[in-house]
Structure formats: C-alpha cells, structure tokens
Design a protein around this ligand. Structure first.
Ligand code: SAM
Length: 294
C-alpha cells in the first residue's frame, strides 16, 4: 500500500500498478501495439462482447508492457458511481485516447439506461483504436467517436441538435478544460442537473479550471465584464510538459481565449481524491450545475 495516501478512505493496491510513465509516454507506436496485444490474447473469444474483459486486457498491457494514460480503475470508479447516480441520457468525454474510459463509462451509461456516450478525440489514429476496442466490447450502439478537436466536436454536436449534456468527463489537453467548459456554457448545453467530472486536477493540476468552477456567480460576473479582450495563449498556468504535450502531432496549440462562457451558472464543486493507475495520487473535480442566477 502507498504510504502517502491522499484519502483516508482509500489506498492504492500496488499489485495493480501500471508501468511508470516514461519521458515519452504516448504516440510512439504503443497504441497499435496495444491492439495487437488485445487481439492476440488467448481468451479473445471471451473478450468479444465483454467490456470488463476488454478493460482487463488493456490493464494487463498497462501493467506488464507500457504505461497508458488511461483514467484507470480507481479514478474510474468515481465516475461510474456518478453515472449510477445521474443516469445520464447523454454523456460526453473530452479526450478518448485508446478507449479505456469510453468502454468503462459507455458500458455504465448503457447499464444505467442511457442513450449515447460521445467520445471526442482529436488524434485520428487514437480514434481508430477507440473504435476498434469499443466494437470489440460490443458497445458500438452506445459509444460514438467524434474525431477532431474538442471545440469543433462540441460545436458540431450542438449544431446537430444536442441541447443538454447530462454528464461530461473532461480529460484532454489540460489548458483547454476551461475554454471548452465556457464554450459548452455559451452553447447552452450546461444546464441545471449537468454534472462535470474533470480528471487530473491534482496531477498535473488545473488552477484556472478549479478557480472558475469554485467561484461564486458574482465573482464570475465581474470577471466576465472586465475581460472585454483576452491576453495570452491560455497556457500560462501550465508546465511546458503539459502545454506542449501534443505539439509533435498537432503543432502549436491555438486556444480560443475570447470565449467568455455564462457566468450566471451556479456550480457546487468538490475534489475527490484518488490515484492514477500507476499509484500516483490524483483527483477528480466533480461539479454540479444547480441552475442559473439572474
Ligand atoms: C489523457 S488522454 C484520455 C484518456 C481517456 N479519457 C481514458 O481515460 O481512457 C487525453 C486524450 O485527449 C486527446 N486530446 C488532446 N487535446 C485534445 C483536443 N483539443 N480535442 C480532442 N482531444 C484531445 C489526446 O489525443 C489524448 O488521446
């Protein structure tokens, strides 16, 4: 057990730990290697149609081969508990990677009577891996993969008639959490009852996002009125390791820092501490929209 458990209620089981994160820890061929690994499991016929067994195969790769930047079992449980509580008809995730969260949460949404789990993923190669593993898990009717940058995907879904998101899992480019939340606010898809679950708010952390969802309406209104124009790139609060994380494949990031959101939305927010699949302490910020003031 880890001695520095961040939460007295939980401990990390070291026997389940993923391999440690390396200097280069994704987009180096391991995502395709994972597909070969999964499809060559001796029990592949039992894996077909079973989300649990697909997840077990992905976890086995992460433990015995190479690190994967999945939400993992421990933090995953926080979100599956939320799915049981909220029973979302529509759930969106920002950042799908190889489909671990799409399989875990897509199955939970289906089991809770929900309709669609949209997985928004910018990298088309990763999106292809998600599609393959979602199909293997028998979840193609529920999980829809939306390929492209999250802001474009969110706009497209809204244009196609999506009017409310019941639950949103935010787990993509760290500096994009806040602008994408504000975009959803402006499009009117965050409403009373919407729940947001934002990953990695301890490791690496996300001060601008946390400050916003924890701010009272009055403070957000003042900032809204003061920010007639925006300065900076929106990446100033993040370490280069994270603000430049996807530059190799996607080039320099361009965040829309002009998006102002809807400051009237009332949130109640709490941090739930847990662990990365490697055992490193991390947490998920769970934010509930209580309605609109003024
Ligand atoms: C931490 S991984 C997601 C892990 C996944 N949610 C899971 O737990 O299985 C982050 C993913 O976000 C994607 N991503 C990064 N920036 C994005 C953006 N602006 N729009 C859509 N996807 C993005 C990356 O390509 C990467 O696959």
């Amino acid at each position: 057990m880890s001695s520095d458990s961040p939460d007295a209620m939980t401990n990390f089981d070291d026997s389940k730990a993923y391999a440690a994160q390396e200097e280069v820890f994704f987009d180096d061929g391991r995502e395709i290697e994972l597909l070969h690994f999964v499809y060559s499991r001796p029990n592949i016929d039992e894996i077909r149609g079973s989300p649990e067994k697909v997840l077990a195969a992905i976890d086995e790769y992460g433990r015995t081969r190479k690190y994967l930047m999945n939400v993992g079992e421990d933090k995953g449980r926080i979100v599956t508990d939320l799915i049981k509580e909220v029973k979302p008809k529509i759930m969106i995730e920002l950042g799908g990677y190889v489909g671990y969260s799409a399989v875990l949460f897509g199955a939970a949404v289906r089991d809770a009577g929900g309709k669609t789990y949209y997985s928004l993923e910018r990298n088309p190669e990763f999106a292809a891996v998600i599609l393959s593993l979602v199909d293997l898990a028998g979840l193609s009717d529920v999980v829809k993969v939306v390929v492209g940058s999250s802001d474009q995907g969110i706009r497209r879904l809204a244009q196609q008639g999506l009017d409310k998101v019941d639950l949103m899992f935010i787990d993509h480019y760290k500096p994009a959490y806040l602008p994408d939340l504000k975009l959803c606010e402006e499009l009117g898809i965050i409403q009373q009852g919407t729940v947001l679950a934002a990953d990695n708010v301890i490791k690496p952390g996300n001060p601008p996002y946390l400050e916003y969802v924890r701010s009272p309406v009055e403070k957000k209104k003042q900032e809204f009125l003061a920010s007639t124009s925006s300065s900076g790139l929106g990446t100033e609060d993040f370490d280069d390791r994270y603000s430049q994380q996807y530059e190799k494949t996607h080039g320099a990031e361009r965040l829309d820092t002009m998006i102002k959101g809807d400051p009237r939305l009332v949130y109640s927010s709490e941090l739930i501490k847990s662990f990365e699949p490697t055992g490193v302490p991390d947490g998920i910020e769970v934010t509930r929209c209580k309605g609109k003031e003024g």
